[in-house]
Design a protein around this ligand. Structure first.
Ligand code: NIG
Ligand code: FE
Length: 447
């Protein structure tokens, strides 16, 4: 045996424990030392009420990764003695910085070409979101543009947005279609998501949102579009395995509760899990419908009724709140986050990144907005952006936490206390991002 082999047993080495062969001991391929606060979020997934403030922090910690998963966590000065280091083990000195799980952004619309900054300016001049939509802007303007865009351009646009999400600490993202609104262009949007999911370090959970709006060509006969959704699009999306979820914009003037129920029931029959844009601009019973159908999440909820909150509190449906959208629409009333928490609902936070109501890829920005406008504690906001957001994607216990043996999705921060994340806002404090054990963002500094 060479000295190196003595130190690092070969992969083929078989160790016996009580007469049973087991694989070779795992060795660290990545080691992070000198962490001020290791924010593990170990424990219940998702969390409710007061438990949202429990981040399960280990002070002065170190963390070892083996391959794609977390191998060990412990005191920084002891961690190296606890694990064998694989040859070439990547060492990161966190320099007294915080380490958190990667964020889970559970609601985004990132597949589009044209941006709509003109509408942002129109809103600042007093026009409402619905007025702009009715006068030829809004979702249907994005649809006309996407249909005239080639697939390669859409891939490039999505790639840029995923890069920015990753650079701000997101390691798992949900991505919706919804700017195609024809069978061919909805399938193409989902194929673009699939293409990047296979190539980009960010893990993408795809959602079919063909019921985002009624497109121009079906405005005079919406029943016809609903038939296409139910008989053509949903079966094909399911058959091609292009989406985990089906979502709908359940809103006055878009899809009614009755239409939403019919479309979502068809999606569930085809094995898709459900999400709803519910009570975003007006209270229309979207939250109640989400609970009735056992949807995984009801999203937006700015105008949710008291009955809607009660229904959410009694259910496992996650209330996904999107404070960036209220902020960017310039509205004064934010979703009743404190009421939702205090009455027992499970809440998550997401960006809603889209070209109309909120063009923002940054989860730290969303966390900051949630603290200031919802009055969440920094701990509650981080919980809602990690462990609870994982549950909103059907990934409870699998993402959004740092668990031994779990996937190593980590962010090393240029901040010594987790409360700095919302407090020191509008700048990027992310230093390293690790996705499935691999460093995918490094040092966050000039080349
Ligand atoms: O979540 N509400 C519907 N969808 C988006 C807005 C889409 C757009 O304006 O392009 C949202 O806010
Ligand atoms: Fe949305």
């Amino acid at each position: 045996m060479t000295p190196a082999e003595e130190q690092y047993p070969l992969d083929s080495d078989v160790v016996e424990i009580m007469g049973k062969p087991v694989g070779p001991p795992k060795r660290a391929t990545l080691l992070i030392r000198n962490i001020s606060q290791l924010v593990t979020l170990q424990g219940a997934s998702p969390r409710k009420g007061a438990d949202m403030n429990n981040l399960a922090i280990i002070e002065s910690a170190g963390l070892a990764v083996s391959g794609d998963s977390v191998l060990a966590i412990g005191p920084s000065d002891e961690i190296e003695g606890q694990v064998d280091l694989a040859p070439g083990c990547h060492l990161i000195d966190a320099g007294g910085g915080v380490v958190t799980p990667g964020f889970v952004d559970s609601h985004t619309h990132p597949v589009f070409n044209m941006t709509r900054e003109k509408e942002f300016e129109m809103r600042l001049q007093g026009k409402s979101y619905m007025e702009i939509a009715d006068s030829g802007g809004g979702i249907r303007a994005s649809v006309r543009d996407l249909r005239a865009t080639d697939e390669k351009t859409l891939r490039l646009r999505l790639n840029g947005r995923l890069d920015r999400m990753l650079a701000h600490g997101t390691t798992t993202v949900e991505a919706k279609s919804g700017y195609g609104l024809s069978t061919a262009s909805e399938l193409m949007s989902l194929e673009v998501i699939k293409y990047l999911n296979e190539r980009h370090p960010l893990e993408i959970i795809p959602t079919f949102l063909g019921a985002h709006e009624v497109p121009d060509e079906h405005r005079s006969n919406r029943a016809e579009y609903i038939k296409i959704l139910i008989n053509e699009m949903i079966p094909q999306v399911a058959e091609k395995n292009l989406a985990n979820f089906c979502d709908i914009f359940c809103e006055k003037g878009v899809f009614s509760v009755v239409e939403s129920r019919e479309i979502l029931k068809a999606a569930a029959k085809h094995g898709l899990k459900l999400k709803l844009h519910a009570d975003e601009l007006d209270s229309s019973g979207g939250a109640e419908l989400a609970c009735e159908l056992g949807a995984v999440s009801a999203d937006h909820l700015v105008s949710v009724s008291s009955d809607g909150i009660s229904a959410l509190a009694k259910s496992n449906t996650i209330a996904t709140l999107l404070p960036g959208t209220t902020y960017s629409l310039g509205l004064k009333n934010f979703a009743p986050a404190r009421d939702l928490i205090e009455r027992g609902a499970i809440i998550a936070l997401a960006t809603d990144c889209n070209p109309g109501s909120n063009y923002c890829e940054s989860m730290p920005m969303i966390i900051s907005l949630a603290c200031v406008h919802y009055r969440l504690t920094p701990a509650e906001a981080i919980c809602a952006a990690t462990v609870n957001a994982a549950a909103a994607l059907g990934l409870a216990g699998e993402r959004g936490q740092i668990n031994i043996g779990g996937v190593a999705d980590l962010v090393v921060w240029d901040a010594g206390d987790y409360r700095e994340i919302p407090y020191h806002y509008g700048v990027n404090l992310v230093r390293e991002v690790i996705k499935s054990g691999k460093v995918v963002v490094q040092q966050n500094k000039k080349a």
